[in-house]
Design a protein around this ligand. Structure first.
Ligand code: FAD
Length: 600
C-alpha cells in the first residue's frame, strides 16, 4: 500500500532517486523533479557552489557529473522526520558520494522534487577529529625529552612559514579569515592567516566608537564555539573584538598579526603562489598552493573625489576612519551618506552635542531592528527559535535551501508586513524629507545585501533623530564642493562645517586582487559579490549564486571568503572542504565555473 505519511512520501522519492542515480539513469532521476525545480549544490556534485534551475539544468549537471560523483544511500537524515504543510512535504536528508558524506534538504510539491539542497559534510577518510575521535591531549606513559603541548605549539609557530611552507595562506584576519582558519585547522590543512592589524579583533575595534553589531547574537556565532547563553543580543564592537582574539588563541590558529601582504603572484608551472609579507620589519616570502583573500567586503573605503577637499580646513575622513564623537561637541558636522555607518555616526555625534547634517543623495532602505528581528529573523535566528530546538547550523541550512532565484518571493511579504506595522514611522521619516525605498522589487534588506551589499540602515534609534529634525537632513542632493569652512551642495546650499565624514561605503573585494596581485588577474576573475539580479548596482545576467564567493574562480588557486558572520560561519565549511580535497589530491572537477560578465 502507498505510504502517504510525510516520511513515506519523502522516502519513496529518495528511494527512486537512489535507484535512478545508482543505475546511471539520468532521465529517470530528472523525472522525479518538478518542471520549476531547483537543485542547490554546495560542493558535493559540482565541486562548486551552484544552483541548477529547472529540469534541463539538472539533467545537464547529472550527465556531466553523475558517473564521477557516484551518489548513494539517499535517506531521511538520522533522527529526523519529514513534515508537511501547505502542500509541501519537506525533510532533512543524507546521502554519500564516492568521496564524501552529504547532508541536505528536500521539498516535494505534488509528489515531485521542488527544491533540493545537497551539501558536503565531510570527506571520507578526512573527518574532523571530534567526539570519539577527539585528540587525547595528554600522552600517557613515559617518554624521554617529551614536548609539552605548549612547546609543540611554539615549535609549530616558529617553523610554519619559515622552515615549512603552509598549504594555504589567508590574507585578512577579520572574522572571515579567522572562521576559515579554524575550519582548516580542524581539517589539518597547514595555514597562515596574514593580518596587517596587530591583533585578532582589531578590524572591529578600529571602527567608530559607537558601533554595536547590527545583527543579533543568534545570527552571529562562529563555527565550533557558539557564544554563551548570556552573550548580549547586539555585541559591542570591542566585545566582539575580544571574542575573536580569544577564539583565535583557543582554536590554535597560526595568526600573523602586524603582517601586511604586499604582493602575490601565481606561477602556472609550479602551481604555487609567491606571497610577499612585511612582518616585524622583515620581508618574508611564503609559497602556498592556495591563496584566500579574506580582506573584507567592507574594508576598502570608497572615498569620493570632491573639488576643494584639499582646501577644507576642518577634519575630514571616511567613515571607516571616524574616531568617534568625543572631540566634536558643539562642532558643526556634515555626514555624507545615509546608510548604516552614516546613521550610527550621526547619532553618536548628536549624543555628543554636535550640530549635525546628514546628506542623502539617493533612496535608502530603513528597517527597524525590532521589526527585522520579529518578522524577518525570528523563525530561524532568535531565542524563540532556539527554545523550539533550532540550531544555528540547521537555520543556516534552511536558509541555504531557498534558491536565490525565488528568495525575493519569500522576502516581499515580510517587508510588506514590516511596512504595514511601521507605517507611521515611515510616514514621519518621509515628512522629514528622507528618501525611502524597500529594494527595487520591495524585497527589502536581505536581498539588497546579497545583491549589492549596501543601501540600508537597520534602525536602532537614529531614524527618530532624523524624523524629529535633531539630525538635520538634506536629501536628493550631492556635494558640489568644499570650501575652507563649508560644504556646498548641488542645490546651492552652503553648510558650515568643522567635520566632514564620508560614509560613502566600500569597494568590491575584487579591488584587493588588483592591489595585491594584478589588474589582469582582477579582471580575469571579475566582479565579486552580487547575484546578477539586474537591480540597482547588481547588473545581469543572472548568476544564480554570489559571484566568486567561497568557490573556484577563473584564477586557479585563488579564492574569496567573507561576508557577514552568518555567511562566514556557513560558507567556511564548504570552502575549507574544497581546499582540503585539493591538498589530499582528491579529484575536484569543477562543474559550471562561472563566466565573467563584469570587470571588478
Ligand atoms: C559598520 C559595519 C557594521 C557591520 N555590522 C555587521 C553586523 O552586525 N553583523 C554582521 O554579520 N556583519 C556586519 N558587518 C559586515 C561584516 O560582518 C564586517 O564587515 C566584518 O568585519 C567582515 O569580516 P571580514 O573578515 O570579511 O572582513 P574584515 O573584518 O574587514 O577583515 C579584513 C581584514 O583584512 C585585513 N587586510 C586587508 N588587506 C590586508 C593586507 N594586504 N595584508 C594583511 N591584512 C590585510 C584588514 O586589516 C582586516 O582586518 C558590518 C560592517 C560594517 C562596516
Amino acid at each position: 500500500m502507498l505510504d502517504k505519511t510525510p516520511n513515506g512520501k519523502i522516502s519513496s522519492v529518495l528511494n527512486s532517486l537512489d535507484e535512478a542515480l545508482c543505475s546511471g539513469e539520468v532521465k529517470r532521476a530528472v523525472d522525479l523533479f518538478q518542471e520549476d525545480c531547483y537543485w542547490r549544490d554546495l560542493v558535493t556534485f559540482t565541486w562548486n557552489i551552484k544552483t541548477m534551475e529547472g529540469k534541463e539544468q539538472v539533467r545537464d549537471m547529472l550527465e556531466a557529473r553523475l558517473a564521477d560523483t557516484k551518489p548513494s544511500n539517499w535517506k531521511i537524515a538520522a533522527g529526523e522526520d519529514a513534515s508537511e504543510a501547505e502542500g509541501i512535504t519537506e525533510s532533512w536528508i543524507e546521502f554519500e558520494t564516492e568521496v564524501a558524506r552529504g547532508f541536505g534538504h528536500m521539498r516535494l510539491r505534488e509528489g515531485r522534487i521542488w527544491t533540493l539542497l545537497t551539501t558536503m559534510s565531510e570527506l571520507k577518510g578526512h573527518e574532523e577529529p571530534v567526539g570519539f575521535d577527539r585528540p587525547m591531549g595528554a600522552k600517557h606513559g613515559s617518554e624521554r625529552n617529551r614536548k609539552t603541548w605548549k612547546e609543540e605549539r611554539e615549535a609549530e609557530t616558529a617553523e610554519l612559514g619559515y622552515a615549512r611552507q603552509p598549504y594555504c595562506v589567508i590574507i585578512g584576519g577579520g572574522q572571515g579569515g579567522i572562521a576559515l582558519g579554524a575550519r582548516l585547522r580542524q581539517l589539518n590543512v597547514p595555514t597562515i592567516i596574514v593580518e596587517k592589524n596587530e591583533k585578532p579583533g582589531d578590524s572591529w575595534r578600529n571602527r567608530y566608537k559607537s558601533l554595536c553589531l547590527h545583527d543579533p547574537v543568534w545570527y552571529d556565532h562562529l563555527p565550533y564555539l557558539p557564544f554563551p547563553r548570556n552573550w548580549p543580543v547586539f555585541s559591542p564592537k570591542d566585545k566582539i573584538g575580544d571574542w575573536l582574539e580569544m577564539y583565535t588563541k583557543v582554536m590554535e590558529l597560526n595568526y600573523w598579526g602586524s603582517s601586511e601582504c604586499k604582493k602575490a603572484s601565481y606561477d602556472d608551472k609550479t602551481r604555487e603562489w609567491t606571497v610577499v609579507v612585511q612582518r616585524g620589519g622583515k620581508q618574508i616570502v611564503l609559497k602556498p598552493k592556495q591563496l584566500v583573500l579574506a580582506t573584507g567586503m567592507s574594508a576598502k573605503p570608497n572615498l569620493p573625489k570632491i573639488e576643494g577637499m584639499d582646501v577644507f580646513k576642518g577634519d575630514q575622513h571616511h567613515s571607516s576612519q571616524h574616531p568617534g564623537p568625543d572631540k566634536y561637541k558643539d562642532k558643526k558636522a556634515v555626514v555624507i551618506g545615509s546608510n548604516n555607518s552614516a546613521h550610527d555616526i550621526c547619532a553618536a555625534l548628536w549624543e555628543a552635542g554636535a550640530d549635525i547634517t546628514m546628506v542623502q543623495r539617493s533612496t535608502t532602505h530603513i528597517v527597524k531592528s525590532d521589526s527585522l528581528m520579529g518578522l524577518g529573523l525570528a523563525s530561524l535566528y532568535s531565542e524563540q527559535a532556539v527554545q523550539s530546538g533550532m540550531t544555528a547550523a540547521n537555520a543556516d541550512l534552511i536558509f541555504a535551501s531557498l534558491p536565490y532565484k525565488i528568495l525575493h518571493e519569500f522576502q516581499i511579504p515580510v517587508y510588506n508586513a514590516i511596512r504595514e506595522r511601521d507605517a507611521e514611522f515611515y510616514r514621519r521619516l518621509e515628512k522629514a524629507g528622507f528618501l525611502l525605498d524597500y529594494g527595487d522589487d520591495d524585497s527589502g534588506l536581505f536581498m539588497k545585501y546579497l545583491r549589492r551589499g549596501s543601501g540600508y540602515y537597520i534602525d536602532v534609534g537614529a531614524s527618530e533623530l532624523v524624523a524629529d529634525g535633531s539630525i538635520k537632513l538634506k536629501s536628493g542632493v550631492d556635494i558640489k564642493k568644499l570650501t575652507e569652512h563649508s560644504v556646498v551642495l548641488s542645490d546651492g546650499t552652503e553648510l558650515p562645517a568643522d567635520l566632514v565624514v564620508y560614509a560613502t561605503g566600500y569597494g568590491s573585494m575584487n579591488g584587493w586582487a588588483a592591489d595585491l596581485i594584478s589588474r589582469e588577474v582582477a579582471d580575469k576573475v571579475g566582479k565579486v559579490w552580487g547575484l546578477g539580479s539586474n537591480t540597482t548596482k547588481d547588473p545581469g545576467p543572472w548568476e544564480g549564486e554570489q559571484r566568486n564567493m567561497w568557490k573556484p574562480t577563473q584564477q586557479e588557486a585563488l579564492w574569496f571568503h567573507g561576508g557577514n558572520l552568518h555567511q562566514s560561519r556557513h560558507y567556511s565549511q564548504f570552502l575549507s572542504l574544497q581546499l582540503k580535497a585539493r591538498m589530499e589530491g582528491i579529484r575536484t572537477p569543477v562543474y559550471g565555473l562561472q563566466k565573467v560578465h563584469h570587470l571588478g
